[in-house]
Design a protein around this ligand. Structure first.
Ligand code: 5RP
Length: 241
């Protein structure tokens, strides 16, 4: 099996297991995260709705333009936070998950809306392949912690983060350096490569970065997820609390 096939199989297994466990007949509103793993979760929800005739009235609230399209493509009912600000369960992927369930998210650039939707959910469930599991952050994700910033502020924010916490922060640019990546919200992204060997208190780091003027949100999700389902290389699923 190629890596891609093995990873997709692991993502799918995690997604199906989590959806079957957490999206039940009692679930009225489900939050839909972003990324490649979430595609399998939406496929599973759609399969339950359209093949099994289950979850008839389920409403799906997206966390990105990609999630919105996924919901529409699968003929599921699209919700929004104006009408559905109380979400029963939010299912999303992650770029890295440490032992204390601190997440790095935003590899796909959707962290601001993801965090907003997650904050409206009673439960956040993470689905991921085995490469996302770490003892401590920095083991897996060499691209760093994504931070969404107002375009005007990307240089001062970068300098402030480096001054406060070390490492190196850089603007995320499109292929061939064609220009900065622009998020669904019209902002830029900074990827902060923190010092992997340093002990950080992620809650404090998250609060401090969020306080810098121009920062919209960080890709650090602290105390948000209650469970993570990892699809493993051997075809099993590991559940982390
Ligand atoms: C997007 C995200 C994704 O959830 C994260 O990047 C994981 O993606 P994938 O499921 O493709 O590995 O945070 O901003």
């Amino acid at each position: 099996m190629t890596d891609k096939i093995a990873l997709d199989a692991a993502k799918k297994l995690a997604a199906i297991t989590a959806v079957d466990q957490w999206v039940t007949e009692e679930t009225k509103v489900v939050g839909i995260g972003s990324g490649s793993t979430v595609v399998f979760a939406v496929e599973r929800i759609a399969e339950r709705v359209w093949k099994d005739g289950a979850l008839a009235d389920i409403i799906c609230v997206p966390s990105s333009y990609q999630a919105r399209l996924l919901i529409l493509d699968h003929n599921l009912t699209l919700g929004d936070l104006d009408r559905h600000s109380k979400i029963d369960v939010y299912i999303d992927g992650a770029d890295e998950v440490d032992n204390a369930m601190v997440l790095i998210k935003g590899g796909g650039g959707c962290l601001l809306q993801e965090k907003i939707v997650a904050s409206c959910a009673k439960k956040m469930i993470v689905i991921a392949d085995y490469t996302k599991k770490s003892l401590r952050l920095g083991e897996q994700w060499c691209r760093g912690i994504p931070i969404e910033v107002s375009p005007q502020a990307h240089v001062p924010v970068k300098l402030k983060i480096e001054e406060l916490f070390g490492g190196h922060a850089e603007l995320r640019v499109a292929l061939m350096k064609a220009g900065p990546i622009v998020t669904d919200n019209g902002n830029f992204l900074i990827d902060w490569k923190f010092v992997a060997k340093r002990e950080y208190n992620w809650d404090e780091v998250n609060r401090a970065i969020t306080m810098i003027p121009g920062v919209m949100e960080t890709g650090l999700f602290v105390d948000m997820a209650i469970k993570c389902y990892f699809g493993m290389a051997d075809g099993t699923v590991k559940v982390q609390n």
